[in-house]
Design a protein around this ligand. Structure first.
Ligand code: IPM
Ligand code: MG
Length: 368
């Protein structure tokens, strides 16, 4: 198959301008590799509320259902309208809804710090080794985000009680463990599984289940780490990690911590994958960063995370490895050539060229 349907949902804030660069790159890839991409754009987030009264308009959801994958920008503008109830806000009504709706249980968050951007990392150079390169595999449809009961209730005398429930079944842990072990196999063959087995029932089940699945992957070195220690080790010796496997909430927290090591969220893509059926993996691809409303519409945002998300889409959903490699290579080339958006600009680098969103997109498109 060389024809693919892509739903492009740019969303809010910097979403539209970085999406524009991603589509620019997709069009170049399309020509160069003789592919056909049917790209349809649709509103989501506050843009969805403005266009159709809903963070995830029905037409946008229908488009996603008939597409081969979703290329997502970002949603949410904290100060936009506090009167909209939390269930209808973009985070829950669009992002969490899509995750659940499409069964996107496996969230892959690669964290890379190229050697050339060493200055952007908050850690001292001797802690960065030859540059950082790790992958956070986060379970995305279970745990405290979705467990029931989930509510806030009055329990009398003006006292309220809020309840979130952390719940995992063995099949949920098994399937994400398989994803993580398989990813480790393609990398440096080390898996660190994160849990809180010293306190939580969920942690005990997590550790037992991951250990059992690990027997099917004798070539991958498995270690277990408590989440608090994991947070500390990320600061002390991040180079020890290859693949880090986490449940939903721990993965949310640790993936941001790991991302901070890469210097800028503007560089990090992510993939959220559902089950593979008939050789097809439906996926949702988005930058790790948010809507960055402070710089939106100013041609300042770094489009690299969005463009690398395209590469992940080509790799995981479309199995177009050569095209994905071409994008990764073009991004690396643009960095080597000194192109820097503001977030990764260092005035001390004499060869650096400070550029805006569109110029960075142009440089990467040219590199393909
Ligand atoms: C993320 C985000 C989301 C999450 C929010 C926006 C709901 O922080 O993708 O990491 O917590 O999963
Ligand atoms: Mg998060």
């Amino acid at each position: 198959m060389s024809s693919f349907k892509i739903a492009a949902l740019a969303g809010d804030g910097i979403g539209p301008e970085v999406m524009r660069e991603a589509i620019k790159v997709l069009r170049v890839v399309e020509k160069k590799f003789s592919l056909t991409f049917h790209i349809t754009e649709a509103p989501v987030g506050w843009a969805g509320i403005d266009a159709a009264g809903k963070a995830l308009p029905d037409a946008t959801l229908a488009l996603c259902r008939e597409s081969d994958s979703i290329l997502f920008g970002s949603v949410g503008l904290p100060d936009r309208d506090p009167t909209i109830p939390k269930e209808q806000r973009p985070e829950r009504a669009a992002l969490l809804r899509i995750r659940k709706e499409f069964g996107l249980f496996a969230n892959l968050r690669p964290v890379k710090l190229p050697k050339a951007l060493s200055y952007a990392c908050p850690l001292r150079p001797e802690r960065q080794g030859d540059g950082l390169d790790m992958l956070v595999v986060r379970e995305l449809t279970g745990g405290m985000y979705f467990g029931q009961p989930k509510k806030t209730e009055d329990i009398g005398n003006g006292v309220q009680r809020a309840i979130d429930t952390m719940v995992y079944t063995t099949p949920e842990i098994e399937r994400i463990a398989h994803v993580a072990f398989q990813a480790a196999r393609l990398r440096r063959k080390k898996l660190t599984s994160i849990d809180k087995a010293n306190v939580l029932e969920n942690g005990i089940l997590w550790r037992e289940t991951v250990t059992r699945i690990g027997k099917e992957y004798p070539d991958v070195a498995l270690e277990h780490m408590f989440v608090d220690n994991g947070a500390m080790q990320l600061m002390l010796k991040p180079t020890q990690f290859d693949v880090m496997l986490c449940e939903n909430m721990f993965g949310d927290i640790l993936s941001d911590e790991a991302a901070a090591l890469a210097g800028s969220l503007g560089m990090l893509p992510s993939a959220s994958l559902g089950a593979t059926s008939g050789g097809q993996t439906f996926g949702f691809y988005e930058p790790a960063g948010g809507t960055a409303p402070d710089i939106a519409g100013k041609n300042l945002a770094n489009p690299i995370a969005q463009i690398l998300s395209v590469a992940l889409m080509l790799r995981y959903s479309f199995k177009l490895n050569a095209a994905a490699d071409a994008i990764d290579g073009a991004v690396a080339l643009a960095i080597d050539q000194g192109f820097r958006t503001g977030d990764i600009y260092n005035p001390a680098e004499t060869t650096a060229k400070k550029v805006g969103t569109t110029q960075m997109g142009d440089a990467i498109a040219a590199g393909i």
